[in-house]
Ligand binder design. Structure first.
Ligand SMILES: [Zn+2]
Length: 244
């Protein structure tokens, strides 16, 4: 991959928002169009080398509504991020449960109607976090790996699988390489099974179609009907599964 040459960084614009001042960073690169991102409550503008300040201002102005909405959304997402501490909320299998750290000799995780109970030797959030991670990794290896292999076998492509890895990644739920290495993010075990099945289907279908073509999506739909709803569900809720 070749990197775009950076010409100017951080124009240091500040645009006025209803509730706050917001930093805006402009990066001119060897690209054709202007684009916007929101990250860590900052507006990032990527634009062609020759873009004038006026063009950039106009672009920001014309997207003002979108910027405000995304900034608000990002704030909500940050607030809803999973924090494994006593009495905090965890969004588990599409239900909001209260985290309870309980001191017991036997380490265990128990899920009740409204509680996510983490039994640990001593009440300690960092140990509880590790315990939740181990729990999810175990669940993922019990559930995801056999299902991915089973589906691949059903589709007649199991011999294409070289390895199935479970990893915690920052931004992806799954990944499939042309060499047959499939990777799943075990944090997906916090989601409902329908969503997990969609992710498994998506990656296994890449063994047949290495792209996101119509053929690929038709195959996904034939295995996982209504997959678009799952994609939309993930888009709205996935921010609640990531924790550091
Ligand atoms: Zn894909």
């Amino acid at each position: 991959m070749t990197r775009n040459k950076t010409v100017s960084l951080n124009r240091g614009n500040t645009i006025q928002l209803p509730y706050d001042n917001c930093q805006c960073e402009v990066l001119r690169t060897n690209r054709k169009t202007l684009t916007l991102y929101i990250k860590h409550q900052k507006v990032l503008v990527r634009c062609p080398l020759g873009a004038t300040d006026e063009e950039i201002d106009e672009f920001i102005d014309s997207n003002y509504g979108w910027i405000i909405d995304r900034l608000k959304e990002e704030r909500i997402f940050q607030k809803e991020m999973l924090n494994i501490e006593n009495n905090r909320k965890i969004f588990y299998r599409a239900k909001e449960l209260t985290i309870v750290l309980r001191e017991r000799r036997e380490k265990k995780i128990l899920v009740s109607r409204d509680k996510f109970i983490i039994q640990c030797n001593e009440i300690n959030p960092s140990a509880a976090k590790i315990q939740v991670e181990d729990y999810l990794i175990d669940k993922a290896s019990e559930y995801i790996i056999p299902r991915a292999k089973g589906l691949a076998q059903h589709l007649g492509v199991d011999s294409k699988i070289k390895e199935i890895k479970l990893r915690k990644t920052k931004s992806k739920w799954g990944h499939c390489t042309s060499k047959g290495i499939i990777q799943f993010n075990w944090l997906i075990m916090l989601a409902p099974y329908s969503i997990i099945d969609y992710i498994i289907t998506h990656e296994v279908c890449h063994l047949i179609h290495m792209d996101h073509s119509r053929h690929f999506w038709n195959l996904v739909e034939s295995i996982c009907p209504g997959h678009k709803d799952y994609v939309a569900w993930l888009k709205n809720h996935e921010h609640r599964f990531w924790f550091d």
